[in-house]
Design a protein. Structure first.
Length: 409
């Protein structure tokens, strides 16, 4: 047949009569295209597969309608979240001219997105213009941001207030930019190197972690008229005994989670009066066995902070933050190391990427946490209207679990 046994095993169709020139050309194309990694699980809600290159980053829009993904195939794809449970997953494509994006973030108004360019080492802004047919046209603004970083950039973010953009590189530099591309402030994290940085969902804070056993958080301060004032130290998460791999915020920025090389994850109450030197409270510590030789562990926190997802190598572990127990484990989700991990804004789905597909999982620990919380609140509910509302939420969560076959006996 002209196909090796290895290729047959990888799902290549064997071609009995390999005589014609066209068939030989087709075979050559088939050989060059790597096989998609296959993964199945009862909690897998969908797999989004339009990219022809490895996906490095994704971002959910703040209005919950879209998911943006960027890959080394020189495109950014915008997916409609309402299609997630459909058979077909539509996506719109934005081309990145003569380069590819390694990071992507939506603007707060969901009318634009920013990307970090792999070869250009800079930020590019794309405007999204709605067409009459309901689709979008994507146009890159005429000028990219000036080059300011000396080391590779590992994270970018836009404040939900729309007041600033953050970029962080693998040395100890975090830059705060205006939306027009001027550097407002340079932060030296003093963490030997940065492994992760993020803007809080409330848009007030920027945080980073790295080689040191802490997470540092700064407040980006603006005046009453919206003018930039300063970046001031806010608080730190202290308590790990080794380098911190990653951290995440809850949706209201009142909780944070961190995961460290010391084999633990921690959940923190960050709703503190830091201006009066009040430190965050440690709420929970959990154990985590990372994959042997895994380079970096990634962390996602559900919007309500009830569920913590950790990705090590190509596996994902889900923990209940109230009790610290592991509830789900998804092994070998992607053909490559997991590059990004994120809950959607409703908390119903957990998304991961690491090869050419995004995989979406039903967040069953999230539904279970709601059941547990509502049952507790129902016992203490004093009036009928409260009881009715709680009962409704409880029933919804129980029905969701039932439909997924995930109700605990």
């Amino acid at each position: 047949t002209g196909l090796s046994t290895c290729q047959k095993a990888n799902g290549f169709p064997s071609n009995k009569s390999s005589g014609s020139k066209k068939q030989k050309q087709q075979q050559r194309i088939r050989k060059e295209k790597p096989q998609q990694h296959n993964f199945t699980h009862r909690l897998l809600a969908a797999a989004l597969k339009s990219h022809s290159g490895n996906i490095s980053c994704m971002d959910f829009s703040s209005n919950g309608k879209y998911l943006a993904t960027c890959a080394d195939d020189r495109t950014v794809r915008i997916w409609s979240t309402k299609d997630f449970l459909q058979r077909e997953h539509r996506s719109m494509r934005a081309n990145v001219e003569l380069d590819h994006a390694t990071l992507v973030r939506f603007s707060p108004d969901c009318r634009a997105f920013i990307v970090w360019l792999a070869n250009g080492d800079t930020l590019r802004v794309f405007k999204m213009t709605k067409r009459e047919d309901g689709g979008y046209t994507f146009t890159a603004t005429s000028e990219d941001f000036p080059k300011k970083h000396k080391a590779p950039v590992i994270d970018i973010g836009i404040a939900d207030t729309g007041k600033f953009i953050m970029t962080a590189s693998s040395d100890t530099t975090v830059l705060i930019w205006s939306l027009k591309g001027q550097v407002l402030s340079t932060i030296n994290t003093n963490q030997m190197n940065n492994t992760h940085a993020a803007v809080s969902p409330c848009g007030r804070f920027v945080a980073s972690c790295g080689f040191t056993p802490d997470v540092k958080v700064w407040e980006v301060c603006f005046g009453k008229k919206g003018e930039f004032q300063e970046v001031a130290r806010a608080f730190e998460l202290k308590g790990h005994s080794a380098a911190v791999h990653s951290f995440a915020f809850s949706n209201d920025s009142r909780r944070m989670a961190s995961v460290s090389k010391d084999g633990t994850w921690k959940l923190w109450d960050t709703d503190v009066e830091y201006k009066k030197q009040q430190d965050p409270y440690l709420l929970r510590t959990g154990r985590f066995e990372e994959a042997a030789g895994a380079a970096l562990c990634r962390l996602a926190l559900s919007p309500d902070a009830q569920v913590l997802a950790l990705a090590s190598d190509s596996s994902i572990h889900l923990y209940n933050t109230r009790r610290g127990e592991k509830e789900e484990c998804f092994e070998r989700v992607h053909g490559e190391c997991i590059a990004d991990l994120s809950f959607d804004i409703t908390g119903r789905f957990l998304a991961s990427c690491g090869d050419r597909a995004v995989r979406l999982f039903h967040n069953t620990p999230g539904h279970r946490a709601v059941v547990e919380e509502m049952q507790g609140l129902l016992k203490r509910a004093s009036n009928d209207s409260t009881r009715q509302r709680l009962q409704q939420q409880l029933t919804q969560a129980q029905e969701a679990l039932k439909s997924l076959g995930a109700l605990k006996k």
